[in-house]
Design a protein around this ligand. Sequence first.
Ligand code: NAD
Length: 438
Amino acid sequence: MRIVMIGAGYVGLVSGACFASMGTEVIVVEKDPCRVAALQAGRIPIYEPGLDRLVADSVRAGRLRFEVALDRALPGADAVFLAVGTPSRRGDGHADLSHVFAAAAELAAALPAPTVLVTKSTVPVGTGRRLAALMREIRPDLDVPVASNPEFLREGSAIEDFMRPDRIVVGTDSVQAEAVLRALYRPLNPAGVTLLCTGLETAELIKYATNAFLAMKITFINEMADLCEQVGADVHELARGMGLDRRIGPKFLHPGPGFGGSCFPKDTQALMRIAQDAHAPARLVETVVSVNEARKAAMAGRILAAFGGTVRRRRIAVLGLTFKPETDDMRDSPAIPIVHRLVELGAEVVAYDPAGMEQARRDLPAEVVYASGAASALAGADGAVLVTEWNEFRALAPDWLRATMRGRVVVDLRNVFDPAAMRAAGLDHHAIGRPAPH
Ligand code: NAD
């Protein structure tokens, strides 16, 4: 089979490379010529573990290539996937569909034959029908079946998630589209993966409902962490006690500085707007959005308190900038409001992230100094703030931290350090939702 993937971002590149590794011939079309040139030269423009090898293997096998020109990629394709970005529309939180419709219009004009159109991007309910109408309008001569096939991969474990998904969702009214998608995913059948077929609207909503539910779980444990701090309970034991209940499960019960990233913030906002427009307001989701925003904004205050009420001229090492480990993605990272506020308050921020510093330079104030490693960020610092739980930070020994820093304050926004060991090393350790050890 042969497919075209429009968009060489986190989703398009990973899905394209994974389909190619399963034997499909894939052409990834990307409008950014620099990105295409890099890919053609064998460089991967994003940080995603294992992606470089997967891409190189499929390119070598002749099953994966990259193009700027859509019309050159289309002949002979069984399906065209849209994997372009759907960020929040500035100002109102609705999903910005300009990339989706621009790509679809370009596709409609260039299609040489009827081809299945699949939306992999996360799009509001009703978008599939609008795309079908657009296709009919621009190309009344072609019958283009439309399907929704939302993607559930997570950055940092994207290949594994794509190859071993909890489920595959296909939303369509078209027998042909369903058959094409079933065939494309057939190599995953031996792994016992469920392919759930639904209507278009349901598939579109499954993606938003899933992300909103996970965001709600995180927000719930964050609120419980705040409560733990007030009543002397330990949020880790609480989460374990809850998570052992199989109706709840242990995942997404890790407290932290509030969820960020390229999906949860924009998808919860978009679902909130979708529900409001449909006159079925999703009050829980609305609350999740506002509680999470308040939490991210409150983190700098927590750091300020740990430093005794002022950070002016204090040298603070910020460890981790990306919204989670194993990615270079800075989109909506909690580090952004934290670092902006610390700089506003007069702190001298020295930041280090294993993969995100290039993107971070665009999002953080110019005053921030970037270190080449954790050791140089911490050397001579009055304190440290751990924002992203990269493994290399987990491995830092309390005694070494104490010896490397000038000061003693460590604000551990991901609870990676053992409070008792930190205290024993003479550090002033501030965790989330955990009582100070006696
Ligand atoms: P991204 O911004 O990393 O990548 C999108 C790419 O599409 C960019 O490289 C852009 O230049 C390209 N593009 C835009 N318009 C184009 C056009 N007309 N022709 C060719 N290329 C075009 O976005 P992403 O993170 O990969 O997300 C894509 C979609 O998948 C979004 O809807 C997102 O919500 C969804 N999603 C993302 C993730 C994730 O972890 N990133 C997970 C699941 C779903």
